[in-house]
Design a protein around this ligand. Structure first.
Ligand code: SAM
Length: 280
């Protein structure tokens, strides 16, 4: 494979198991002029494992903006650079956004080399719906700010995916119980692809108790997934069906009115009955 000059490669690396790297990623890391790594000491272990001796330079959250022009100059001078992060896919709760944005502005080609990301790894094994999901990254440290971030997500029907840190997991679960309710389904996905990989599903209240009772569940790297809100059955009813049920309920017992309204409108009998009960 011949790589192109003046290109920035965004290379995904393993999230734990060193075997989870593509052959294309290894070829790119071997052939580029330089690898921009979040933590060069951390990534040295991966490169050593695959006998890759490409020089590295550091690009992290605190120096990204400062290093932009240097990296751009290298790319414009014809160097090929690979961007990697400590784990998984760069830019996903990791540095690189400013660099990629700047490359697009400057007409420099950006080539993704896909691979693992903790959010997709957790989602696909969670048992929660995957057709629609919202990646929410890390929540704020402080409880008040965290609850304020969670509140607008309360009625979101999509699966919610959060990155969590071990020292905050219990506090976050407690805030989630308060905002989403104790019965909402949730999944703790911990240490994915590693020795102590754990994927545990339960209601938020039970999950919170389980984590509190076992200090091991408060260790390592964690993705927390929350099932989306169930649609409010009453909200799902059409205005015509509600009107019809209400008129029938003036003359008939509620159950009968709901059953008849369901036959005429094609809406769910239980939802109509629930609606009528709340109207009483
Ligand atoms: N760029 C990475 C990705 O593509 O997933 C994420 C980097 S972010 C700084 C690190 C967070 O990702 C961790 O705090 C944890 O929430 C999640 N994470 C990374 N590796 C993980 C693993 N093996 N198991 C569970 N969660 C993981």
């Amino acid at each position: 494979m011949t790589i192109q000059a003046g290109v920035l490669y965004i290379v995904a690396t393993p999230i734990g198991n060193l075997g989870d790297i593509s052959t294309r990623a290894l070829e790119i890391l071997r052939q580029v002029s330089r690898i921009a790594a979040e933590d060069t000491r951390h990534s040295a272990a991966l490169l050593r494992h695959y006998a890759i001796d490409t020089p590295m330079l550091s690009l992290h959250e605190h120096n990204e903006r400062h290093k932009l022009e240097e990296l751009l100059g290298r790319l414009q001078g014809g160097e090929q650079l690979a961007l990697i992060s400590d784990a998984g896919t760069p830019l996903i709760s990791d540095p690189g956004y400013h660099l990629v944005q700047r490359c697009h502005q400057a007409g420099i080609k950006v080539v993704p080399i896909p691979g693992p990301s903790a959010l997709i790894t957790a989602l696909c094994a969670s048992g929660l719906p995957t057709d629609r999901f919202s990646f929410e990254g890390f929540l704020p440290n402080r409880s008040a700010a965290r609850s304020a971030r969670l509140e607008p997500l309360k009625d979101d029907p999509r699966t919610l995916v959060f990155y969590e840190s071990p020292h905050r997991i219990l506090d976050s679960l407690q805030d989630m119980v308060a905002v989403f309710g104790p019965e909402r389904s949730a999944v703790l996905a911990r240490e994915l692809t590693k020795t102590f990989e754990t994927i545990h599903q339960d209601s938020l209240a039970a999950l919170s108790e389980w984590v509190a009772a076992d200090a091991n569940q408060q260790k390592g790297e964690i993705v927390l997934l929350i099932k989306g809100a169930e649609p409010d059955p009453e909200q799902a009813l059409s205005p015509e069906a509600r009107r019809l049920a209400a008129i029938l309920a003036e003359e008939l017992p509620l159950k009968q009115a709901a059953a008849l309204a369901a036959r005429i409108s094609g809406e769910k009998k239980n939802a109509l009955y629930q609606f009528l009960l709340e109207q009483k």
